[in-house]
Design a protein around this ligand. Structure first.
Ligand SMILES: [Zn+2]
Length: 689
């Protein structure tokens, strides 16, 4: 699901780790969950009342939580979101164990999710197979006798494993930036084994250490595949050289946030000229889309680089590179020696994780990933009452109303830009809980005793489903996250905000508690996603989701000035050691955090204008709003993972998502009687929305 859209739809929090994406097991919780434990959305025991809220509001709100919640050994980090994700996984585990039992009443949907899960859990079968599931891929790769014959094999790999990996590059369908009603083919850069181009190019000692461990990992994997030590060594250096060339020609994450830098629509003829040694007609025929004649080549320079690599490297080296990419993608599903080697590098070295996630967790995550709307249907039936949907929609409308008022009142924006901003705001679609129409998986064959076959078929089904959209009308009902996901997102081309059922539960949304923490927490999340439509990236798209500049020149300058205030502020914050926040990468999220909470505050004040609100647990309603906000973000993180996230994550670390925000809000300072000069009172308050 990552990197599948030109601009990744903007999620509210980072999903921890590319491989270790699911959350962890705490002692005694390694069994299915049938009823969710209750944690309130404002938990006074998670606070540290000894901390001064005007000095460090994050410590004041989350100090207790951080002490009571050490990072489980199978997790890169541990957070309120992570913990809830873990509970959802345990709940899904119960659903899947039941569905895996062959009973006469089992529905076709339960057969698919149950048997995919059951076949994945069969560790003995994986052991017996060893590396043999790779054989058909390796045979195809060995059949390539000239560079010109590479394309059909790449197409085959993209269908079979292309959801989890980008061998050479990646392909997908997506909306045309210039016309959001059109679905076109999109080619992405990719092809790297490390998480980011920066991992290849940074010169600090830690980055060098990671590179040398990566090369050692490559050597080890080729050893497992049966190569002699000297061959494995040669293979590793060829792969590293190829990937290094690709990294040098790849855009940075900051550059990729600029839609104009990743929009290069061209004909297939032009694409063929860009990379002539690759048979693009054979490639498009191979993925079943010969008719796709227009392509957005997001990074032309990257494909030009491939042309050079294709000319420079021997066919042997190119085949070795492909064997690596296939092995990398399949390793987590092979026998234990591959699984462990994969974990040692991608889990332990890159994220600091101490032990691999138990198999049930990896298998539940996989079913969620491959058949997410089938499993999600079962989840929603059991957990998400219609009342919840109604309440969330109501809150979303209140926050949107607050934004309307906010835009009307803005002193720095001309009436014409305001008119367009309001048009965009009114066009935003609110999607809550789950899709109106469920995805139909009836074409995917799932067998109880064929895990690798299931994996390949389900992957190909999803890849083909996505590619089938090219040339078809856009389906605006679609979701990019599955219902149990504990996250939310805004999509600039759909111009919609999306809140899966998984994120609308305690301790995030809490129907038992008063309004203040609920507006502080879920209200701010709604405001956050809404503000993404108007952050430095989202503001470049109009009400219809088209990339179009609807700003007057003066207003655009005013916006940039305000955004720069935030960017300058966050650049000061240290992640760890001498690593500062890359605040040009996190700018959209930082703007959304601040705007979202201001809007939630306005919505809460309007909703409770006629009520007399009481203090609870020694906290005034205003204080409860802010502690409620902060407590979504309580988190513990490992240094390795912080280092990784500083490169790859567009979100600031949790502490600054709280402290960096409240310093800009006068209502916060009033609520806690903070004085000028205290750390939680900014000398130079930033505000965009
Ligand atoms: Zn966000």
């Amino acid at each position: 699901m990552s990197a599948s859209r030109v601009l990744a739809a903007v999620a509210c929090v980072a999903i921890a780790g590319a491989r270790a994406e699911g959350p962890g097991s705490e002692a005694g919780t390694d069994r299915p969950l049938f009823e969710f434990p209750y944690t309130p959305s404002l938990d006074v025991t998670a606070m540290d009342r000894g901390a001064n809220p005007c000095v460090d509001f994050y410590a004041y709100s989350c100090g207790g939580w951080m002490r009571k919640n050490p990072i489980p050994p199978d997790q890169p980090s541990w957070s309120v979101y992570g913990k809830l994700t873990n509970e959802n996984l345990r709940f899904l585990w119960g659903i899947l164990e039941e569905a895996a039992r062959t009973t006469p009443t089992r529905t076709p949907t339960q057969q698919k999710i149950g048997d995919l899960f059951g076949s994945c859990m069969d560790e003995a079968a994986a052991e017996r197979l060893g590396a043999t599931p790779l054989d058909p891929f390796f045979k195809a790769i060995e059949s390539v006798k000239s560079r010109e014959k590479l394309a059909p094999v790449i197409a085959q790999l993209h269908l079979a494993i292309g959801l989890r990996n980008s061998t050479m590059f990646a392909v997908d369908s997506g909306q045309d930036f210039a016309d959001s009603t059109q679905m076109i083919a999109i080619l992405y850069a990719g092809g790297l084994g490390l998480p980011d181009r920066d991992h290849y190019l940074k010169q600090d000692p830690k980055s060098k250490e990671i590179r040398s461990k990566y090369v050692a990992h490559l050597r080890q994997v080729f050893g497992l595949l049966g190569d002699a030590e000297n061959v494995a060594k040669q293979n590793a250096s060829a792969i590293f050289r190829i990937e290094m060339s690709l990294a040098k020609a790849s855009l940075t994450r900051v550059e990729r946030r600029d839609p104009y830098k990743v929009y290069h629509k061209m004909s297939r003829l032009k694409l063929q000229k860009l990379m002539p040694s690759f048979d693009w007609s054979a490639y498009f025929a191979g993925i079943g889309r010969s008719d796709a004649d227009t392509v957005n080549v997001t990074q032309p320079r990257f494909f030009e680089q491939w042309q050079r690599v294709l000319r420079r490297e021997s066919l042997d080296n190119l085949r070795t590179y492909l064997r690596w990419q296939v092995t990398r993608s399949e390793a987590p599903y092979l026998s234990k020696n591959f699984v462990d080697a994969d974990f040692e590098f991608y889990g332990r070295t890159l994220q600091g994780v101490q032990q691999i996630r138990p198999r049930w967790k990896r298998c539940v995550s996989l079913v969620d990933y491959l058949l997410g709307e089938a499993l999600g249907q079962e989840f929603v039936e059991r957990t998400f009452p219609p009342e919840m949907k109604r309440r969330t929609l109501e809150m979303a409308q209140q926050v949107e109303k607050a934004m309307e008022e906010d835009i009307r009142r803005l002193g720095w924006m001309d009436p014409e830009t305001k008119r367009q901003a309001l048009e965009k705001l009114h066009s935003i679609v609110n999607k809550v809980g789950y899709p109106d129409r469920w995805r139909d998986y009836s074409a995917v064959e799932i067998l109880w005793d064929d895990f690798i076959g299931n994996l390949t078929r389900a992957t190909a089904f999803e890849k083909k489903r996505r590619l089938a959209k090219i040339g078809k009308p856009v389906d605006r009902g679609e979701w990019n996250m599955t219902p149990p996901t504990v996250n939310a997102y805004y999509d600039p081309q759909f111009n919609d905000i999306n809140f899966p059922a998984g994120v609308l539960q305690p301790p995030l949304y809490d129907p038992k508690l008063d309004d203040a923490p609920n507006y502080g927490n879920t209200g701010s999340t709604i405001g956050h996603e809404l503000t993404h439509g108007f952050d430095d990236q989202g503001r470049q798209f109009d009400a219809h989701g088209n990339l179009r500049d609807w700003w007057t020149k003066r207003d655009a300058e005013e916006f940039k000035k305000r955004a720069a205030c935030i960017s300058d502020q966050y650049a000061q914050y240290v992640v760890l050691d001498d690593i500062h926040i890359n605040s040009k990468l996190t700018l959209g999220e930082d703007i959304a955090d601040l705007g979202g909470t201001i809007l939630a505050w306005m919505a809460w004040k309007a909703a409770t204008a006629n009520q007399s609100l009481q203090s609870i647990d020694g906290l005034t309603p205003e204080q409860r709003f802010f502690v409620g906000y902060a407590q979504w973000a309580c988190e513990n993180d490992r240094p390795e993972n912080l280092r990784l996230r500083a490169i790859t994550d567009p979100h600031s670390p949790a502490k600054y998502r709280v402290n960096g925000l409240v310093v800009n809000i006068p209502e916060f300072q009033e609520a806690f009687s903070c004085k000028a000069g205290q750390p939680m009172v900014s000398q130079r308050r930033c505000r965009v929305w």
